[in-house]
Design a protein around this ligand. Structure first.
Ligand code: FMN
Length: 246
């Protein structure tokens, strides 16, 4: 098990709320000026063959190649992604998650079954994932049906991770209202102690999910806005590939 030395150290050295908030005179103008000053696709970007017939027949090796290239290019946390779900009435929701694997079964992620996303997935077991690798100008979208991997695989996945990951999972109650931050500190302290003493501690609500894609889209940004979008659609046993207007 990999132990991250700084994982349990206090991280709060200041605050990003309150004193630094910009709500003085001309705050709107400053904010708009800031937004206008920011750039995308303002660097050398990789070229991608725009002929979908030349793209890999299967999106999985293509995705793995792009993730590896993002890591090699120094894109921070390239294995983080946005997970979109919808509630019973169709209202959408997004949040960031870590990718645990991508294989023939699909894209793997883990969370608490009782969390908001877990409840949404129980009601509507479909989701979309979004990866954005700034610096390479690349985006990947994945959508499809989501299934639970089962308790044994979920436990094995959790127990392969760091002590901090286990401690966080042991705290549980994800997405419930927290009465005070001190309650979290107490629960976290106890969870860290237990995670250190019992590296196989069970967390029944912690669930590994697998999204089996119906569609995967690869987007390569271009400085002249001639972006390349290669879309894969599952058609029975094969993947259809097509180019999309940007
Ligand atoms: C970089 C990053 C990685 C995260 N990874 C996970 C993860 O793998 N699993 C998880 O349950 N929450 C993860 N979170 C927290 C989620 O974004 C989210 O706040 C939490 O899961 C509650 O979401 P929900 O209320 O929609 O269920 C991560 C957050 C960030 C910023």
């Amino acid at each position: 098990m990999v132990e991250h030395p700084a994982e349990n150290a206090p991280r709060h050295t200041g605050t990003s709320t309150g004193a630094g908030a910009d709500n003085g005179p001309d705050a709107d103008e400053r904010f708009h000026a800031l937004l206008r000053s920011l750039r995308v696709w303002d660097c050398e970007l990789p070229a991608v063959d725009p002929d979908p017939a030349h793209a890999p027949a299967d999106p999985l090796p293509f995705f793995r190649q792009w993730l590896r290239e993002a890591a090699e290019a120094g894109v921070p946390e390239p294995h983080t992604m946005t997970l979109a779900t919808a509630d019973a009435s169709g209202d959408p929701n997004v949040r960031t998650l870590m990718l645990h694997d991508a294989d023939e079964r699909g894209w793997h992620f883990a969370t608490h079954r009782g969390s908001r996303k877990g409840r949404e997935l129980a009601t509507r077991p479909r989701a979309a994932l979004g990866f954005y690798w700034a610096g390479l100008g690349r985006q990947v979208r994945v959508r499809g049906r989501v299934t639970e991997a089962g308790p044994e695989e979920s436990a094995a996945d959790l127990h392969r991770r760091s002590t901090g990951a286990l401690a966080a999972a042991l705290v549980g109650r994800q997405s419930e209202v927290l009465a005070s931050y001190a309650d979290l500190e107490r629960a976290s302290e106890a969870a860290w102690d237990r995670a250190r003493q019992e590296p196989d501690a069970p967390v029944p609500s912690w669930t590994l999910y697998v999204l089996r894609p119906d569609e995967v889209e690869f987007f390569q940004g271009d400085a002249r806005r001639r972006h390349v979008r290669i879309n894969y659609r599952r058609e029975g046993a094969i993947w259809a590939r097509e180019l999309l207007w940007p």
